[in-house]
Ligand binder design. Structure first.
Ligand code: SF4
Length: 640
């Protein structure tokens, strides 16, 4: 229930801790570095992720180095809240060798601990992603590190519980004993602090019933160490009147079952009391002090040189979710289909797509003869697209054949553009169609004019939001279950069968984020992407594609306040490009797309250098038959 922490507040809280750490660790001096390194020696290097995780605390790590020596340079290559993969560079560092090595351990200690908290939080948040439960932290933090720990929880996608004893009343068993009962304890709290939120801990269902009888009602009830069946009963008894929080013995193994009981919040002490530091390390190499060329500057120069050499033969495309430095060097920025179409209308022989794999495939399908498409990191996939393989979908189609005799007489398959070329070809072959987030309603109407039902993949949320928009009742929308065949009766009553895929960026937005932002900013306009959950879309003022979001912000009267539920880089860029508006990310999540982050200036520069040498290793091609049928699904969409 505490308000959002920002980077400046965290840095202010970190200052005394940094001073303490420097005094404790460096004290009178780093004798090893002073003995072995020349005072003029200079090093440069990077902080690397040794395992996958979520980064938090970059500004604190930078402050440590700068406090040791203001000449140390620290350039973050990712942002707090961003997922990293093993081997990914988290930050570039450089500076006087003695200072860099003296600050190394201290900076890593802060960064590893905070990133460990963010990573654990993300695991819990992902484990309950398909439910309405919100993951909360607790006060079980290292003394002095409260704000840093809680900030890291937010970077992992969790929500902060009370900050401390002063900002919320939380009546626990010992208060109840001391006050002589639950009701008198609550009455005293209401009288003493009428403006503070009040939460009461209950250990039994009788205590729960007593709390529910109290007026005015409390703000939240904590179910302490209850069994799953007790929690389910508590949810039924409460009937949504007061939010319920599950607490006690929550682990990654149990959290999904707890969320499945229907509780609204789950507090997890382990997030901050049992921290496992994320494995990060600093690698360095000898360097000269000046002129030291920044790696990004060198890559940008190399890219420009190739562009000058290739001229119109080269076109660089960048999706809206790319890093700013990549966007700045692109010829076009946009969404996937728009970029692919633009590139196919140019004279370019080389199309370099700074995006993810399915986008480059679409560009390859639309490319003119003689055009080749390249992806700077061919392993950059899409979490959503990867939830549905061709064999998975074909197995589901066979099961529909079994139920209906012939699936094709009943179902039109629709695939979202965020899918493999193989699935687009599947739709082409089976009388289906492709769609984007802009034209999904038209595609659904087109499909239903031809056959009575549709099979929508891979994004369940876009499918549900679109079906709802065109007026299909909720009880006619069912989700495919990969593990079990759906009962025949359920299928026969269904108009829409959804694939159980979701984008791990957009599904992090929750209804409480919308409620929270409305409480803090009464005039806010909330706009979200339709890959968000239906509950979030229902509470938002507007939902639409990336292009729609950009257009709404661009065309709004100046002075409008926007909370936007989509990928973080797009939102930050909109805020920068529209200073006349107030634009910020919805909620406390930091939704960076990890696979989009795989494209860097360095691998873009390497790709272009490769083109000059005739290196085609990063080319993305689509097999002829697949491209033909995918093109059929695509053209049906373009003809809508
Ligand atoms: S934001 Fe989501 S849908 Fe878009 S590329 Fe990333 S994972 Fe895929």
């Amino acid at each position: 229930m505490c308000s959002a922490l920002n980077r400046d507040e965290v840095l202010a809280a970190a200052e005394p801790l940094i001073e303490l750490a420097i005094a404790e660790d460096i004290g009178a001096g780093d004798v090893t570095s002073e003995a072995t390194l020349d005072p003029e020696a200079w090093l440069k290097g990077c902080i690397l992720a040794k395992e996958a995780g979520v980064v938090a605390g970059l500004a604190v790590a930078e402050r440590v180095f700068r406090r040791v020596n203001a000449d140390v340079r620290f350039t973050a290559r990712v942002e707090d809240g961003q997922e990293v993969v093993p081997g990914e560079t988290v930050a570039d560092v450089g500076g006087p060798a003695r200072s860099l090595l003296a600050g190394e351990r201290l900076a890593l200690n802060f960064l590893q601990r905070m990133s460990g908290i963010a990573t654990a939080t993300r695991d819990y948040v992902d484990a309950v992603a398909t439910t309405q439960a919100t993951i909360l932290d607790t006060r079980k933090t290292v003394p002095g590190h409260r704000l840093l720990d809680k900030y890291a929880v937010r970077m992992g996608g969790g929500t902060n519980h009370r900050m401390a004893l002063f900002d919320m009343v939380l009546i626990k068993d010992n208060h109840i004993i001391g006050a002589g009962g639950i009701t008198p304890a609550v009455e005293r709290a209401h009288a003493a602090y009428p403006d503070l939120p009040i939460e009461v801990e209950v250990a039994t269902l009788d205590q729960l019933r007593e709390v529910l009888r109290i007026t005015p009602p409390v703000d939240r009830i904590m179910l302490d160490n209850m069994s799953l069946s007790q929690m389910r009963e508590a949810v039924g008894i409460t009937g949504g009147r007061i939010p319920l929080e599950a607490s006690g013995n929550v682990s990654l193994e149990t959290v999904a079952d707890i969320a499945g009981t229907g509780v609204d919040f789950i507090s997890v002490g382990a997030l901050t009391h049992s921290v496992r530091a994320l494995d990060l390390s600093m690698d360095v190499a000898a360097s000269t002090k000046a002129p030291e060329e920044d790696a990004l500057v060198a890559a940008a120069k190399s890219i420009q040189n190739v562009r000058d050499a290739l001229g119109d033969k080269l076109v660089i495309l960048a999706h809206h979710y790319q890093r700013d430095e990549v966007i700045d060097l692109a010829d076009y920025r946009g969404d996937s289909l728009q970029l692919a179409r633009q590139a196919s209308q140019t004279e370019a022989e080389h199309i370099v797509f700074c995006g993810v794999h399915f986008m480059a495939q679409v560009a390859a399908i639309l490319a003119q003869p003689g055009q080749r498409v390249f992806l700077p990191d061919p392993s950059a996939g899409c979490y959503l697209a990867d939830t549905a393989t061709l064999s998975d979908v074909e197995a589901a189609w066979c099961a529909l054949d079994d139920t209906f005799g012939d699936a094709e007489s009943q179902f039109t398959p629709i695939t979202y553009v965020n899918s493999s070329a193989a699935l687009k070809a599947f739709c082409g072959r089976h009388g289906g169609i492709m769609c984007t987030s802009s034209n999904a309603p038209d595609a659904v109407r087109w499909a239903l004019e031809r056959r009575p039902r549709l099979f929508f993949f891979p994004d369940q949320h876009l499918g549900r939001n679109t079906a709802t928009l065109v007026g299909i009742p909720p009880d006619e929308i069912v989700m495919w279950d990969r593990g079990h065949a759906l009962p025949e009766g359920t299928l026969r009553e269904a108009c829409v069968v959804l694939w159980p895929g979701a984008c791990n960026v957009h599904q992090r937005f929750r209804p409480d984020h919308v409620r929270g932002v409305r409480a803090d900013h009464p005039d806010v306009r909330v706009i979200v992407h339709p890959e968000c959950k239906a509950e979030v879309v229902a509470l938002a003022d507007d939902a639409g594609s990336t292009a729609h979001i950009i257009q709404r912000v661009s065309e709004a009267p100046s002075g409008t306040t926007w909370a936007i539920g989509t990928e973080a880089r797009l939102v930050h860029r909109l805020a920068k490009e529209h200073p006349e508006q107030t634009v910020f990310l919805l909620g406390g999540v930091t939704p960076y797309c990890a696979t989009m982050s795989q494209i860097t200036l360095e691998n873009l520069a390497d790709t272009l250098q490769g083109l000059v040498r005739g290196d085609l290793s990063r080319e993305i091609t689509v097999e002829e038959e697949t491209a033909k049928w995918a093109g059929v699904a695509l053209r049906r969409m373009l003809d809508l």
